[in-house]
Design a protein around this ligand. Structure first.
Ligand SMILES: NC(=O)c1ccc[n+]([C@@H]2O[C@H](COP(=O)([O-])OP(=O)(O)OC[C@H]3O[C@@H](n4cnc5c(N)ncnc54)[C@H](O)[C@@H]3O)[C@@H](O)[C@H]2O)c1
Length: 373
């Protein structure tokens, strides 16, 4: 089986999730290209060495620029905070490498557009890691919508709720710093709801938005006696209109006590409805008007049959899968696209479109007006 050499930049949360995906993918699927976990890159030598040992990488490095220019590297995976995505991805593309980048693609539309131009010019494969598209239940939702089972789509209701900054003593980490993260709940988690909306319903053409920072200062991570200013939103809400006539709401917050990673959507069409909640990610709720009225109601489909998306590679029906599998599916589809010489979805074009929606919500919130994309 031909193999490709991977370089992963960033070794913490996403670094671990992506490493697991490279390690597992060929053990369950049969990609035509096998990923070789060549080099893991981070800034602190001792920490990156420890991570590489734990995750199973051949080598470590601390200079991403040197790594992306190495001759033997075929694929660069960008799993760092948003302020470094553009620089790393553009350098990788210029060096002729395929690139997968974490979301949001960048911190600004201009950066995202430069990234798209760079991969286009270099003619390399590119992908953005909106892994939730690849939960089997979400893929099933996509199939049902495409088959017309829901009829004309009228509503998208995306809700992404977390609670990890509820406590004012929680420190000022990079995700609360606009320079590093671009925005707060908006770019971090509403970006996923926007991707799911675009994937399942279609392009967003108009938005109205609101952003709120409830806690404006927080203790510094290295010196809790001092405080610094929070420069991003804690919560965002948006009304959206779609090109196909559907309307929707997208709400994201990190201040919903008890909601840990409540990434939920409900879609209503002229013939039925469906709903998904990541915290019950093996299930899809479906209601069809065409069901016999006496027994009509929302049904809970356990999306674990071998005929369901991705499930042939996993376990017998009812033997559920989890969060990490969405990354394995993402990497599998990326490898297959590379084997075919194609660009998978979602890619940097999707990343740019998503970034434009994020920027439009920010603008709408600042001006208190609808913004047309
Ligand atoms: N797809 C998802 O569901 C999902 C979930 C969480 C985070 N993310 C995204 O993944 C990215 C990383 O987030 P995370 O949660 O893994 O963050 P993290 O803080 O856990 O890890 C960031 C990593 O980047 C490294 N890093 C930072 N600057 C660097 C540089 N200049 N050179 C080399 N390494 C550098 C850090 O050392 C660390 O290893 C962000 O864009 C974030 O939005 C995506």
């Amino acid at each position: 089986m031909p193999s490709i050499n991977v370089a992963l930049i960033g070794y913490a949360f996403m670094g671990k999730a992506h490493s697991n995906a490279y390690r597992q993918v060929a053990r369950f699927f049969s990609p035509r290209l096998t990923p070789r976990m060549k080099v893991l890159c981070g800034r602190t030598p001792s920490k990156v060495r420890a991570a590489a040992r734990e995750y199973g990488w051949d080598e470590t490095a601390t200079d991403w620029e040197e790594v992306v220019n190495r001759k033997e590297i075929d694929l660069v995976d960008v799993a760092t905070p948003g302020d470094s995505h553009a620089e790393i991805a553009i350098a990788a593309a210029r060096a002729g490498k395929a690139v997968i980048c974490e979301k949001p693609l960048a911190n600004t539309v201009a950066e995202a557009e430069r990234m798209l131009a760079a991969v286009g010019k270099a003619g390399v494969t590119h992908m953005i890691c909106h892994n939730y598209r690849r939960a089997p239940a979400v893929m099933l939702a996509k199939q049902l919508i495409e088959e017309g089972q829901l009829g004309d789509i009228r509503h998208y209701r995306g809700t992404y709720l977390q609670d990890w900054v509820t406590d004012p003593r929680f420190p000022l980490v990079w995700r609360l710093d606009k320079k590093k993260a671009g925005s707060g709940a908006l770019g971090d988690i509403a970006a996923h709801s926007i991707d799911l909306a675009r994937f399942l319903v279609g392009e967003i053409t108009e938005v109205a938005g609101d952003l709120k920072t409830f806690i404006k200062t927080r203790p510094l991570p290295d010196n809790p006696k001092k405080t610094g200013r929070v420069t991003v939103d804690d919560a965002s809400t948006a009304l959206v209109r779609f090109r196909n006539g559907a309307i929707g709401t997208i709400e994201a917050t990190r201040m919903a006590p008890g909601r840990k990673n409540y990434n939920r959507f409900e879609i209503n069409g002229s013939l039925g409805s469906l709903a998904f909640d990541l915290e019950r990610m093996n299930e899809l709720e479906l209601y069809l008007e065409s069901d016999t009225p006496r027994v009509r109601g929302f049904r809970r489909i356990l999306v674990t049959e071998s005929g369901h998306p991705y499930f042939k590679a996993w376990w017998p029906p009812g033997h559920i899968i989890g969060y990490e599998h969405t990354f394995i599916h993402t990497v599998y589809d990326l490898l297959e696209a590379m084997a075919d010489g194609k660009v998978p979805r979602p890619n940097f074009k999707d990343g740019v479109r998503n970034q434009r929606v994020l920027a439009a919500i920010e603008k709408a919130a600042a001006t208190r007006r609808w913004v047309t994309l």
